[in-house]
Design a binder for this molecule. Structure first.
Ligand SMILES: [Zn+2]
Length: 202
């Protein structure tokens, strides 16, 4: 086959745009779907549409939640400690921390990190919303749980500087997380230790 029919090429290209999917995997997935039962592509297509149409961000912490819920389960829960706030980069980090079962406070999802190289500044993240939250909610401790990467550290430093005037304890997850690694890939024990050993920033 010298040229793929357009609908096939379109799916190959769409897969190839996903993170971690190279051209080879993109072709393999496409040809798998071509051969497979129609209900497999149908449920994939439905799920792909649903992921955008049936979800939205929690109005308070910006975690992913079902459309119409306004608040995510964590923000809505009566059982959470409402005076401790863990600041993370992405919703996937919330998931990773929740899986440890060792944290019972609230979250705030920044949706990225400050990265001058990529042209991402504080105004592109949910940082203004964080200041607004802190005016309304009675928070005693803020845990800066951005990734132990250059951008994650820089974002934590920026937030530490900005939040210092507020009367609140500010902590950073302990080292021991692999440097340059992502929170979401850390195993549960490492993550639990990072929480237990979090240190005050001064
Ligand atoms: Zn929430």
């Amino acid at each position: 086959m010298r040229v793929l029919p357009e609908p096939v090429q379109k799916l190959v290209d769409a897969f190839a745009r996903l993170p971690g999917v190279g051209p080879k995997t993109a072709s393999r997935l496409t040809f798998y779907l071509l051969r497979a039962d129609e209900d497999i592509s149908k449920s994939l297509a439905d799920a792909l549409i649903g992921i955008k149409q049936e979800t939205e961000l929690c109005e308070i912490c910006f975690n992913i939640t079902r459309k119409g819920d306004k608040m995510c389960e964590i923000c809505a829960s009566e059982a959470r400690d409402r005076d401790i706030l863990c600041i993370v980069e992405e919703p996937l980090d919330v998931l990773a921390i929740e899986k440890t079962g060792g944290y019972n406070g609230l979250y705030h999802v920044l949706h990225g990190v400050i990265s001058p190289i990529e042209g991402i500044g504080p105004e592109d993240l949910k940082i203004k919303d964080l200041y607004e939250r802190l005016k309304k909610e009675k928070i005693n401790e803020i845990i800066l749980a951005t990734n132990p990467s250059m951008e994650g550290d820089a974002t934590a430093m920026y937030l530490h500087e900005r939040l210092s005037p507020i009367d609140v304890r500010i902590t950073r997850l302990a080292l021991g997380l692999p440097v340059g690694g992502d929170l979401e890939y850390a195993d549960q024990n490492t993550l639990l230790r990072a929480f237990a050993g979090r240190r005050d920033l001064d």
